[in-house]
Design a protein around this ligand. Sequence first.
Ligand code: ZN
Length: 173
Amino acid sequence: MSHKVTDELVTANGRYADAFADPGLAAPPARRVAVVTCMDARIDLPAALGLAIGDCHTIRNAGGVVTDDVIRSLTISQRELGTRSVVLIHHTACGLLSLTEDFRQRLEDEVGQRPSWPVDSFTDLDQDVRQGMVRVRTSPFLPHTDDVRGFVLDVTTGRLREVEIAPGGAADR
Ligand code: ZN
């Protein structure tokens, strides 16, 4: 099965390329925004946010966690490709909610080596979004941190809910 799926993707690409017309887009995102979200297969970002090809940078990982590597991508996004706004999106029923740092121990037990990376699991979606916003806003590498907002996407309704930077406080910093 796992061998077959890539063949299916390549076949689909043939059809895609046959119908493809170069839209002539430039690399800098037209709407000057970078979105950081989870790799979760249920999140259809362009549909959920009204984004077209060429509009934004999309940075995805397990959880949509603002890791050092996300900061790396945001730094290149802002400094080299002109984005100005950052949108962080976690989502309900995220796999990271049921994972713990014990995952690292289990890996070590199984393969005899401890991963160099943290699992970055979380138990509170809002709190992890807030932590991400703080990491972005305080990064010395990011020149544009005045428009950083965080949300939780409900995968059962498709609706975004904004996370306030301080619990019970204003969304603005
Ligand atoms: Zn997730």
